[in-house]
Design a protein around this ligand. Structure first.
Ligand code: B12
Length: 216
């Protein structure tokens, strides 16, 4: 029954049906399923399938956009529940997150922000296509403990490196832990560019973030 609901959630994203996705997210919450599981076992499976079909040339840009819209609609329904999980807790640390310049993929970054926030971090999401200068400015302004850099395109991964270099040049690198992620990135890439942390998904990101701020 639960598995059936999860596969319907995935299917709603594959079909790009945002109203169905919203409805299923609500049904999942009403059934008492944990919001993180609804995302991970349901909707994320759908958007991964959309990516595979796009990669194989079976889906085109309109289907990609519709799938992303359905995914975003589901995340919006789950967000208030994820927010409730952190109520009344002391903050674990301050994090700033964004997708690097030239890259408008925001779903994964937004999920990482939601999970970190649910885990007790104070998160400032500065969006996507964020320039190196804006990242540096935000680190200076917020004095955050953690900077999260997302990249979903092989062509934008170098901007993670450029941001780290710019932090060094601005004398801010020692005061902030930098964690990178996004589908094409790897731990080896994180090491190569001198990031402090890397995680493959949002669940791992929470564990890694806690470790980086000494909270685990
Ligand atoms: C949805 C999507 C889009 C949407 C994005 C909508 C939005 N508002 O975000 C739209 C339609 C706009 C889009 C556009 C494009 N896309 Co696109 N897109 C995707 C797709 C299908 C899913 C991405 C996604 O949301 N995944 C679901 C989330 C949950 O997963 P995730 O992003 O990987 O995030 C998880 C982890 O990576 C990690 N994570 C993510 N960020 C971070 C950050 C940190 C710090 C940490 C620790 C962890 C972490 O945690 C997340 C949660 O578990 C992928 C396919 C794929 N398999 O990745 C292609 C994909 C990324 N896109 C691709 C391409 C080519 C494009 C376009 C160039 C297409 C075009 N011809 O115009 C444009 C680029 C636009 C731009 N300049 O950015 C290619 C990239 C190929 C490459 N090697 O670079 C992919 C891989 C599709 C493919 N198979 O070819 N896309």
């Amino acid at each position: 029954m639960t598995n059936d609901l999860y596969s319907q959630m995935a299917q709603s994203v594959i079909d790009g049906e945002f109203e169905v996705a919203e409805d299923l997210a609500q049904k999942g919450l009403a059934a008492g399923l944990p919001p993180a599981d609804i995302l991970d076992k349901g909707f994320v499976k759908g958007i991964e399938e959309v990516g595979d079909l796009f990669g194989k040339g079976e889906f085109f840009l309109p289907e990609l956009v519709q799938g992303a819209e359905a995914m975003k609609a589901a995340v919006a329904v789950l967000q208030p529940e994820l927010d409730k999980m952190k109520e009344g807790r002391k903050t674990m640390g301050k994090a700033v997150a964004g997708t690097v310049a030239g890259d408008i993929h925001e779903i994964g970054k937004t999920i990482v922000c939601s999970m970190l926030s649910a885990a007790g971090f104070t998160v400032t999401d500065i969006g996507c296509d964020v320039s190196v200068e804006v990242f540096v400015e935000k680190v200076k302004e917020t004095k955050c403990d953690l900077l999260l850099l997302s990249a979903l395109l092989t062509t934008t991964m170098p901007n993670q490196q450029k941001t780290i270099e710019a932090l060094k040049a601005a004398g801010l690198r020692d005061g902030v832990k930098v964690m990178i992620g996004g589908a094409p990135t790897t731990r080896a890439w994180a090491d190569e560019i001198g990031a402090d942390g890397y995680a493959e998904d949002a669940i791992e990101a929470v564990a890694a973030a806690k470790q980086l701020v000494g909270a685990s």
